[in-house]
Design a protein around this ligand. Sequence first.
Ligand SMILES: C[S@@+](CC[C@H](N)C(=O)[O-])C[C@H]1O[C@@H](n2cnc3c(N)ncnc32)[C@H](O)[C@@H]1O
Length: 296
Amino acid sequence: MTEITDPWSRWLLQDRYGGDALALQRTMEFLEPIRDRVLSAAEARPGAVVLDVGCGDGLLGFGALPLVGDSGRIVFSDVSEELLKRCRQIAGELGVLERCRFVPTAAESLAGVDDASVDVLLTRSVLIYVQDKAAAFAAFYRVLRPGGRISLFEPINRRGTELNRDTLFGHDATPIQDLAAKVWTVFEAAAPADGPMMGFDETDLLHLAECAGFSNITVNLELSSTDRPPFAGVGWSQLLAISPNPNAPTFGEAVERALTPEEATRLETYLRPLVDQGRGGRMRHANAYVTAARDA
Ligand SMILES: C[S@@+](CC[C@H](N)C(=O)[O-])C[C@H]1O[C@@H](n2cnc3c(N)ncnc32)[C@H](O)[C@@H]1O
């Protein structure tokens, strides 16, 4: 694999699962049902041109390939040249390069993607990093053909954070709530309340789609809870190497920044057995699925 140097690819290809194979498996077990739901709502037909905005390593775009068939095309777009390179490499390995395009561009402009050139636009967990979401929705509308659709997924982090305050990575933290609160403070500093990650909710997504000109808009907010920690079975030292998003420190770094050595020992004494045995807790999610159409 090529050397990782940009923060987006470093997180996506490494820090989101701490470089651990089981943590990657757990990540994919979480993401695959989301991918399938976004694709199913997109209604991409054979021959369609599909644009994957903020494609990362191509979760949605490669998932859409079988739906659009040999005559369809996938446009992979991202601000990270390294992730586009990774998608190109995967497309080469799959033998589908001639059905794919790779466009380095930001969601806010989609420069390089022609007006009315796309049948279906997909995106997952990209708007959380975009400050000017109105510009992104306007660009989505611009590149869609009349009759085209968007299908997107975003976590509603301001709700998710509130729902998970009594846990750390899905493990019950109520007996060490004072320490958990300090660790949460470090993660929250990386995602300010008025920033792109926390500063919106599902009603904003509805209004953004309306203001951009879309019709037939649906926004489904899904709250869910599971007693299985997201990284169940992944050991303590591996968990310390994981960071929840590209702007955040790893769990280990957050513990180091937030706690004194004595507090860190108290946290580890309580939490490590839960983590190592994969038990104890609740992981709650607040996620939004959005579909909308550009009138024919
Ligand atoms: C959480 S990852 C999601 C990747 C992919 N959509 C997936 O479902 O796996 C966020 C992606 O958004 C990209 N990104 C960040 N800011 C962006 C922007 N302003 N415009 C387009 N892409 C952006 C990052 O490079 C990264 O690939």
